[in-house]
Design a binder for this molecule. Structure first.
Ligand code: RB5
Length: 152
């Protein structure tokens, strides 16, 4: 489990963000809610950038699973696109537990993206749990993930 979970959304993901926070705290994680603080219309890239900046500022902890991010919008698509523009951020849009587990185990994903309009709250909780409890396997997967850093 990470010691800190960063979480942010837009209006399309606000209800799911609000629902997930208590469960994350109950699981023993420190949660940093990076907004928004109401369900009014807002622009997801602003919140993706905010969370990625905080994750990258965590340095090694943002790379080794000690600090992980959750980004939620209506589909998860916009958040994943915006987050993956940041070097050092590996954001994975997941719609099932298997994807979430593999995103950590093989891709060393440090941000999970969810679509509030795509999955229900129960499945979202299970996906989040799978993401937070899986560990990066390293080895050949590390070599592949390191190749991201060589991409333009
Ligand atoms: C907002 O209506 C919606 O476009 C946004 O939440 C997200 O799904 C974008 O990818």
């Amino acid at each position: 489990m990470p010691k800190t979970v960063l979480i942010a959304s837009d209006h399309g993901g606000f209800a799911l963000k609000t629902a997930l926070i208590p469960a994350l705290r109950e699981a023993g994680c420190a949660v940093e809610d990076l907004g928004p603080d109401c369900a009014g219309s807002c622009d997801y890239p602003i919140f993706a950038d905010k969370l990625c900046a905080r994750l990258l500022a965590a340095g090694e902890e943002g790379q080794n699973g000690a600090v992980l991010g959750l980004l939620i919008c209506g589909t998860g698509l916009g958040m994943s696109m915006a987050a993956n523009r940041h070097k050092g951020v590996r954001a994975a849009l997941c719609t099932c537990e298997f994807m979430a587990r593999m995103a950590r185990a093989h891709n060393n994903a440090n941000v999970l993206c969810l679509g509030e309009r795509v999955i229900g709250q129960g499945l979202a909780q299970d996906i989040v749990r799978a993401f937070l409890t899986a560990n990066f396997e390293g080895g050949r997967h590390l070599r592949r993930v390191e190749l991201f850093e060589k991409q333009a």
